[in-house]
Design a protein around this ligand. Structure first.
Ligand SMILES: C[S@@+](CC[C@H](N)C(=O)[O-])C[C@H]1O[C@@H](n2cnc3c(N)ncnc32)[C@H](O)[C@@H]1O
Length: 242
């Protein structure tokens, strides 16, 4: 639950693959929970010893308890609790990557997780959550990241803070607007490129569009009046990285 995540500063990740990835990226579980069926898996054995080495807790449970914790039937056989990590805005080094992503008031955890996964795949520098966004550490968002939550720096920024910081950005800040007249394919992006995406319902606000160097539109030929936020972000990330 969000309240518990906020109080503890921790979150739940599901699956041996994700837990193994976290460990490879230097994050040890605070609590490692597994079903007896998985006990002999060599990767689980390694996760168990890493958890003990980091003074975490290891608990073997039965299927019923795994289902209760995961809150679904057929849960993954391995679950783990990790510390949440947020990078401060001021700690980012813009020149360390060609493309960065900022999301204003993203509301859907599935979209957010998918964007974090895409940002990881494309080698983006980080994902900046501007204003009141959904929780990147919710079970749904973490599930959609497929492990990329451990690989991509996540930043939380108030809108005013983001605007002040944006003025020191050394490359292009590119907004995405359905009403923009510039085609995303013909815009001239200067690196590092910071892509700014709007909210699922309301789109990018005029205040944020006004602080972008350019606002672009991804052309649409059919009847759909917009693209899904995570799809639009994926197109923009790869366009800016080209
Ligand atoms: C579902 S759309 C928002 C639709 C909203 N009704 C509007 O008027 O903007 C969510 C976000 O995805 C991005 N987006 C979706 N389709 C786009 C397109 N064709 N061109 C540029 N950005 C797009 C924008 O960042 C937008 O704010």
């Amino acid at each position: 639950m969000r309240k518990a995540r906020e109080e503890s500063g921790q979150f739940l990740a599901e699956g041996l693959k994700i837990v193994t990835e976290a460990i490879e990226l230097g994050q040890a579980p605070k609590v490692l929970i597994y079903g007896a069926d998985a006990a002999q898996h060599p990767l689980l054995q390694k996760a168990i010893s890493t958890t003990y080495d980091a003074r975490g807790q290891v608990i073997e449970v039965n299927r019923e308890i795994l289902e209760k914790i995961a809150r679904r039937d057929n849960p993954q056989a391995v679950l783990a609790v990790f510390d949440q990590v947020f990078t401060p805005l001021e700690a980012l080094s813009p020149h360390s990557a060609d493309v960065w992503v900022a999301l204003h008031m993203v509301r859907d955890p599935g979209n957010l997780g998918t964007i974090i996964r895409t940002a990881d795949a494309a080698g983006c520098g980080g994902v900046i959550l501007v204003g009141d966004c959904c929780d990147p550490y919710s079970v749904e968002a973490v599930r959609a990241t497929m492990g990329s939550i451990f690989a991509v720096p996540i930043v939380k920024a108030k809108e005013a803070e983001f605007i002040a910081w944006r003025h020191r950005w050394p490359g292009s800040v590119v907004g995405t607007l359905l009403t923009a007249t510039v085609d995303q394919r013909s815009a001239d992006y200067r690196r590092p490129t910071l892509i700014l995406m709007g909210n699922e319902q309301a789109g990018l606000t005029p205040e944020l569009a006004a602080v972008c160097d350019v606002n672009v539109k991804i052309p649409m030929r059919g009847r759909a009046d917009s693209l899904n936020l995570s799809v639009a972000t994926g197109i923009m990330i790869y366009a800016a990285g080209d």
